[in-house]
Structure formats: C-alpha cells, structure tokens
Design a protein around this ligand. Structure first.
Ligand SMILES: C[S@@+](CC[C@H](N)C(=O)[O-])C[C@H]1O[C@@H](n2cnc3c(N)ncnc32)[C@H](O)[C@@H]1O
Length: 444
C-alpha cells in the first residue's frame, strides 16, 4: 500500500506537470518512487497537491515549497537544474479557476485530486504579494514593493550577506572562479568580503573618485559603497534608499566609522533627489526596481543630477532579448514572492535609453559569472543555519530566499540572465569626456 502512494504521486505529478518527474519522489507516508539516486523531492503533506491543482506549474510548486509541504533532500542546485527542464522551461500549463473544470476540460489532475483527498483549497502562503492592481512604479507603490523585500530584518540580511552587507554581485579574482567553494589547489581563495570590497573599489575606480568630490549612490542599501568611497577616496557622499531598516543600519555604520560629517543617508526616492549637481552617481543593483516604462525618466534624472563631465556607473541585471520585447516582468515566482514589480531589460535597451538621455556610454563589463559565485555564497550562508534564518525572517521567507537565490545562481550560470556594469559620462559640448584613453586605470 505504502509503495503505491509514491508511485501514484509520480503519475499524478506527471499528469499535471505534463512530463516525467525528473527526481525521486518521497510521499508523506515515506514511500518512494521515481528515478533512484540524486536529490529527492519530498512531498510532506498531501495539501501540496491541492496547491498544484489550483496553480499548475511553477507557482503551484512554489506555494507548496513556501508552506513547507514540499522540500528537496540533497543537492538543491541539481534538483532545480533537473526541474528546470521539466517545469520552468515549459510554457505554463492552462490554469482554469476550478480543479473540477481543469479535470473535465483537460483530463488533468484526476489522480492528483484522488490523492489530495477532501481538503479545502489552501490559500496562498502569507509571503506572497497579492492585490496589486493599478499603476506600477508610482512613488507610493515602489516604496511598498521595496519594503516587502528589504524591510525583513537586518539580522537576517547580515546572516545571508555576511559582514560586508553588500547586496549585489561581488567581483571575484580569477583564482576563485570554478574553485570558489573549496581549496583552489593551494592558491588563496577569495572570501565573499574580499570579493565585495574588490567590487566596491572597482566602482570607485571606474568613477575616478577624488577627495572633495560629491558622490550620489542611488539605492545605497546598507551604505557599504558610500562608506568605502568616503573612507578610501575622501569624497562626500549621499546615499538614498527606500528601506527604513537599511537606512537605520547604514546611519549607524556611518556614525561608527566617524564619517557622519561626510555621509548623508536618506530615505528618499531617486526621483526626489534635488540637490545636484554631483561629480559622480552610482546605481548598483537598483535599476531592476525602476520599471521599463520609467527607465527613460530614470536615465534623465541621473543625467540631470550630474555636472558636465560627471560619470555614472550603472550596475544592473539584464535579461536576454525575447521575441516579445515588451515582456519585462520577472518570472511569476520572483514577482509574487521576492521582488514585486521588479523588471529586467536586455542590456541593449538600457544602453539605448542612457544614450537617449544624453549620456556617452564608454564602457560595458559583463560580470555574469561573478553573480553566480556570489549567490552561491549567500545560499551557503543561509544554509549554514537555516533554523536561525527562519527565526529571524519567518520560515516561509527563509525558504523563499533560499529557493530564489539558488534558482538565480543557476540562471546566471546558464546565461539565462546577465549582469553588467555600464560606465557612462555626461560629456559636455566640447566633447572632452575626461576618460583615460585606455581602461587600465580601473582594470588593475
Ligand atoms: C539590491 S539593493 C542594492 C543595495 C546596494 N546598492 C548594494 O549593492 O548593496 C537595491 C537598493 O535599491 C533601493 N531602491 C529601490 N528602488 C528605489 C527607488 N525608487 N529610489 C531609491 N532607492 C531605491 C532599495 O531600497 C535598495 O537599497
């Protein structure tokens, strides 16, 4: 009888997912079926099946994962890699509103319904962002969307990001690449903190910061870049974030560093900054929140905030171009649970809009592999003490963050998404950009 549950479960999942289940499956009664070896998909509760019936495909799986009804035992990356071929890369299954209609119209879910038993349909877990209709990227709505992601507890982020408190792609040394998780054959392996410091310094070098200059960091997070720039390059800096929790900790770090007279941290939207001109503007991991429809406005604002000859360093995740060029929204899981209203554009579009705003785009560095390495470190930090992360941010959120960061690591590794640093200048009418003839000034 027990063996039958898992075998029926595999059949049922195949019915709804529309293909073979690429993992071994363990049912709630501990029976197992499916391909042996490798990671195991653990179905802890039959309620997971109801979730799949209501939302076939990715979102249904994720809802069950968030609720703790689904789990992976073994290598999460391998499991996600195998599932990607089966679930994520297939067009979404049709999702009529009621399971009964699903069954009669498409003949799907019969086995799943029988296995799920007479349970009421489960509500989506609390962590999902719901009820978001209306105009995207208004000041108010962006504030709420940012708060959903960033105001979840500084201690939680400290566990994930480590002491550097930088929440964007780090910059790894070649010796760490491919060997980043173990002993690199006797060579020193960079720590996450070193790689983050290398990134902060790279940004400062690209901006050619000098003592006494004014730097604006839009989306300053917990203040790590403005701290580095003020300490190492002697600038005066303004950092703006929409997250109150970030601003609170950033101000504390600034005070502890004795830099309160040179760094101003504000809870302010980039659209509300009105005290230009600045010598340099950095935007690191922030433009993903701007929205495709507002990107032109974003580029115009940053241009207007710079003095002639001032530089912008825009560090941003990009998606690959698609036939439907208007498809900017992130995948449904990320949109519903992680970055509400986050949007990704192809890098070519970003460059075009920066140019339209008047910028001269001078350098573009793709650092895709660096983000995969960074994300794997964050996942490892989270996994090092999952119970603590669950206590700090709530179990659902800890599970969401683990899944999203692991899935993004794979997406960067597979070249499904990229990340680029774009250096642009507000070149004056004279044409004197102030850039060096060669890029070795910052390449090192
Ligand atoms: C992924 S974090 C990156 C933080 C930081 N630059 C770093 O690298 O650690 C994105 C940041 O953008 C900020 N942000 C998002 N939308 C914003 C907006 N409209 N105006 C100002 N800041 C915004 C968030 O508050 C957050 O600080």
């Amino acid at each position: 009888m027990a063996a039958q549950t898992a075998a029926r479960l595999v059949r049922a999942l195949e019915e709804v997912l529309g293909g073979p289940v690429p993992l071994r499956v363990r049912a709630w009664d501990r029976s197992e079926a499916g391909p042996p070896g490798g990671p195991v998909l653990v179905v802890r509760h039959r309620r997971a099946l109801r979730r799949l019936l209501w939302k076939p495909g990715e979102l249904g799986l994720v809802r069950a994962w968030v609720a703790g009804e689904l789990d992976i035992e073994g290598d999460l990356y391998e499991a996600l890699g195998r599932l990607a071929g089966q679930v994520w890369e297939r067009p979404a299954a049709p999702a009529p509103p009621l399971p009964r209609r699903l069954e009669s119209r498409f003949g799907l879910g019969r086995e799943l319904l029988a296995l799920a038993g007479p349970l009421p349909p489960p509500p989506p877990p609390r962590e999902e962002v719901r009820g978001r209709t209306g105009l995207r990227h208004t000041l108010r709505r962006d504030r709420r969307a940012v708060s959903h992601h960033y105001d979840v507890g500084n201690d939680f982020y400290a566990q994930v990001l480590g002491p550097s408190m930088v929440y964007s792609c780090a910059y790894w040394d070649g010796s760490a690449y491919g060997d980043a998780y173990g002993d690199a054959g006797g060579r020193p392996v960079m720590t996450l903190e070193e790689a983050q410091e290398a990134k902060l310094d790279l940004v400062c070098r690209k901006l050619a910061l000098e003592p006494g200059q004014r730097l604006l960091d839009v989306g300053c997070g917990w203040g790590s870049l403005v701290l580095h720039a003020a300490r190492e390059y002697g600038v005066t800096a303004v950092g703006v974030t929409l997250s109150r929790e970030q601003a609170g900790l950033a101000r504390k770090r600034v005070a502890e560093a004795g830099l309160a007279d040179r760094i101003d941290i504000r809870v302010q939207d980039y659209r509300e900054v009105g005290d230009g001109p600045y010598d340099a503007v950095s935007s690191i991991g922030m433009a993903e929140h701007v929205g495709a429809a507002r990107y032109r406005l974003y580029a115009d604002r940053l241009y207007a905030l710079l003095r002639p000859g001032g530089r912008l360093l825009n560090h941003q995740i990009a998606r690959r171009p698609e036939p439907d060029e208007e498809k900017y929204r992130m995948d449904p899981f990320i949109d519903a649970y992680v970055f509400p209203d986050g949007e990704l554009s192809p890098v070519g579009r970003t460059v075009t809009l920066l140019e339209r705003a008047g910028f001269e785009v001078r350098d573009l560095e793709s650092i895709r592999e660096h983000y995969a390495l960074t994300l794997r470190r964050w996942v490892a930090n989270l996994e090092a003490d999952l119970p603590r992360a669950a206590r700090l941010a709530g179990p659902g959120r800890a599970r969401v963050w683990r899944l999203y960061m692991a899935a993004c690591a794979l997406a960067f590794e597979r070249n499904e998404i990229g990340v680029n640093q774009i250096l642009a200048v507000r070149t004056p009418g004279s044409g004197v950009s102030g850039l060096p003839l060669r890029t070795r000034d910052w390449r090192g």
